[in-house]
Design a protein around this ligand. Sequence first.
Ligand SMILES: C[S@@+](CC[C@H](N)C(=O)[O-])C[C@H]1O[C@@H](n2cnc3c(N)ncnc32)[C@H](O)[C@@H]1O
Length: 488
Amino acid sequence: MAQNNFYYICIPMSRKGKLDIVLHDVLIEDIAAEGKSIAHARLEGDDPESPGRVLFVEFAVPGDIVDVRLIRKKNSFLEGRIIRINKPSEQRLNPFCQHFGVCGGCKWQSLPYDIQLRAKQRQVYDQLTRIGHLKVPEFQPIIGSEKTRFYRNKLEFSASCKRWLLPGEDPAQAASPGLGFHVGKFFDKVLDIEHCYLQPEPSNAIRLAVKDYALRNALSFYDIRENHGLFRNMFVRTTDDGQVMVIMCFGVDSPAIFPLLSYLRDKFPEISSLYYVVNTKGNDSISDQECILFSGSPAIYEKMENLRFRIGPKSFYQTNTGQALSLYRKAREFSGLDGSQVVYDLYTGTGTIAQFVSAGAKKVIGIEYVPEAIEDARTNARANGITNCEFFAGDMKDILTDSFIKEHGHPDVMIVDPPRAGMHPDVVQTILRAAPERIIYVSCNPASQARDIAMMADKYRITAVQPVDMFPHTMHVENICKLEYYAD
Ligand SMILES: C[S@@+](CC[C@H](N)C(=O)[O-])C[C@H]1O[C@@H](n2cnc3c(N)ncnc32)[C@H](O)[C@@H]1O
């Protein structure tokens, strides 16, 4: 087995001013934070007795021996790209997707799933202890996803008049259109996708049919830099029982939209809800756009236990349906409800967690930023026959005030599920003043979760931690912390 005493060649700078340093026979040691793998390397001039600088590499598996070209060189760390695998790790798997390495998704395909899960669990531990400096109890083992492919219920595909060229492709092809995913940091480049393993059929079939139709009928694909072109982006949403919603987005209003929509409706009878949007603004988001129903039902419906949730074109719904159920069950278990508690569900989205725990609560208050989501929450609660949930729309720091809490009742339990950035410090202070007995903190970003919990550490201690894997083959991890009040 190679040790970490590498050979290196060091050529100061290439003509383009880029680093041109190649490290040979680097032994990949472990998986680090941010989904990259970690090794150590010494450069010319480094102390030969030192363990070397930390080196981060993407797409590497612990045990691989690789040649790496540096792309960043700092005193404290290096970053590089694999240019050759000299000896693959015994754990290395062949990626199942033809787009692996170019597409920004599913970067951990070469890692066996049990290693992915261990790395995610450790990431949560590291972030709570290193960022938050928090004391943590023994973790409950991470809940792995039963489905590791085709687990998503929603995907967005972007159209571009200039697709991303693969290595070795003729630059003359650069002007050809593509339909798929944006490539890494390049907002104007789209990788044309043949087959994606993230969403069940008919997702791939619909995307390919749309592209084929657009090419045959010479519809223009969107030019992101110039903000013109007809076919812009599309969303496909699917449910476990086979309902399909498609939202087609166009950069200009045109009569050519309707033959395309009719073609889709007729070719795919399984599309239960077909919408279109004419979006002429500078970004692809449809949250502020009018979604016009072309055919089928206005919504699709997902079931969870005995509840049914309406999903409109703009509704947020957890993207891995099976794992959302595991997540919600754990959040409910950690809440320890016996029918007597007032529960606040902060960042409630369409009120799914609120409704999920409502049978065990005296009353549930749900608060959320997006007014349409709150409308969905109210509609869903009514349709589910739930009468003890109330929902409020607005920015959390404006709605959740001391007087709001006085008016709606002291919370015994607060469930919080904020976006990646975590909670606003004012919200944390209001929660501390409200002093619920328990806080169940659900997070898709353990780093911001650790920061927020650290702000509450004088009054709350973590009594249980449950990581959940919602996104196999990616570095992302969801985590639930149960916090209990201990200050007197
Ligand atoms: C991670 S989602 C959680 C959704 C919900 N708990 C669920 O499981 O479906 C976070 C939610 O917070 C909402 N949100 C983001 N910023 C907010 C803010 N400042 N005030 C209130 N809600 C906010 C988002 O619109 C989103 O619905």
